[in-house]
Design a protein around this ligand. Structure first.
Ligand SMILES: *Cc1c(COP(=O)(O)O)cnc(C)c1O
Length: 366
């Protein structure tokens, strides 16, 4: 798909410039939506990355929260805020900065012991900010966080977003594809109440980078945020078919749907399900090996394809090592494993401690 898209070199900006690319983007995002179990009201568009998809979803949220800013900009408007858990991806804060809300426009919400957003803390933050005259712009729920693949309680968060009438953006860039598998679908219950959802086939759906799908239940808000049609981009089909240039910053767009079409056609629902199920099985099996090994601990529940763990030996006096020594030891293990060339681990910090990460997502991993 990638080779063909490069060779065909079509530009999916308006229907006329690329009827096949425009229509295949409708077809593939609808197929993926059906696989994910999301309702028909979600319209899909393919972007380069989740960073762009989240920026666009939050731009639509800003359009709804500040309709008057479309003409006048945010100058002189009440301050606005986006809420996400302290485990949310850095792309969310970057989007908030890009949208002119400032660093102060991003408020992190604390998590429980399993790194999931605490809905009561979210509610308290909203109440506090509303009382202070701050305008809530969006709530971001992350389903599959980067550090630990934790899954925010999206049904509870969706109820809060409805109650406070705040846009809900769901960042399922990594975790989203797991919703295709029936036994993992319950983790996602409630995400269908999101206003925008991002799922990256280039993360965990065997598709080469770049391919990020943004689903929007209120595409009118998205189009309002981004549609500007100069004379040289008008065409007779306008209004009858989508102009994908209206859904984000880019005018020119690659034929990304072609590789997603190949992936969906080649593996099919059963093939995708089997592989995702096996990735989670491998990650969970690895966790049982870690748990069975003296001096090692699993540092977060394994629901998806990510295992996080840490070496926590006792010192020569039988007491646990101090934090800095234990962190240095884990960094040394990381460097040594990676230098071997046989495996590639990454690290993160959870609860203030360095932990190691093994992510299973490649179809060749056994
Ligand atoms: C990887 C990731 C992102 C960023 O994805 P890009 O496509 O690289 O921009 C955002 N959110 C989550 C949860 C991720 O895992």
């Amino acid at each position: 798909g990638e080779i063909l898209a490069a060779a065909l070199n079509v530009n999916a900006m308006v229907w006329r410039s690329s009827p096949a690319a425009t229509e295949l983007e409708d077809v593939t995002t609808a197929w993926l939506r059906m696989l994910l179990g999301l309702p028909e009201s979600f319209e899909g568009v393919i972007n380069d990355t989740a960073s762009s998809s989240s920026l666009y979803g939050l731009a639509a949220a800003r359009e709804v929260a500040y309709p008057e800013a479309h003409a006048a900009g945010l100058f002189g408007m009440p301050r606005g805020r986006v809420y996400a858990s302290e485990q949310a991806h850095s792309s969310i804060e970057k989007a908030v900065l890009t949208l002119g809300l400032g660093q102060d426009g991003f408020r992190t919400i604390s998590c429980d012991a399993d790194f999931r957003m605490d809905p009561d803390a979210l509610r308290r933050a909203l109440d506090e900010d509303l009382a202070a005259g701050i305008r809530p712009v969006a709530i971001v729920a992350t389903l599959g966080t980067t550090s630990s693949a934790s899954i925010d309680p999206v049904a509870e968060i969706a109820a809060i977003s409805k109650e406070y009438r705040v846009w809900l953006h769901v960042d399922a860039a990594y975790g989203g594809p797991a919703a295709i598998v029936p036994e993992f679908r319950p983790h996602f219950a409630g995400w269908e109440h999101g206003d925008s959802i991002v799922v990256n086939p280039h993360k965990w759906l065997f598709t080469p980078i770049d391919c990020s799908v943004l689903y929007c239940r209120r595409p009118d808000a998205l189009v309002r945020a981004f549609s500007i049609v100069p004379e040289y981009l008008t065409s007779a089909e306008q209004g009858e078919s989508r102009s994908l240039m209206d859904y984000g910053v880019s005018l020119g767009r690659r034929f990304r749907s072609l590789k997603l079409w190949f992936v969906l056609r080649y593996f099919g629902r059963e093939g995708i399900e089997a592989r995702l199920r096996d990735h989670v099985r491998i990650a969970q099996e690895l966790a049982t090996w870690v748990e069975a090994t003296e001096g090692w601990e699993v540092t977060a529940p394994v629901h998806l394809g990510l295992t996080t763990f840490r070496f926590t030996p006792s010192g020569s006096d039988g007491e646990p090592l101090d934090g800095a020594t234990a962190d240095a030891l884990n960094h040394a293990i990381l460097e040594r494993v990676n230098a071997s060339g046989e495996a590639f681990l990454t690290h993160t910090v959870l609860d203030g401690r360095t932990v190691l990460r093994v992510s299973i997502g490649n179809i060749k991993t056994t």
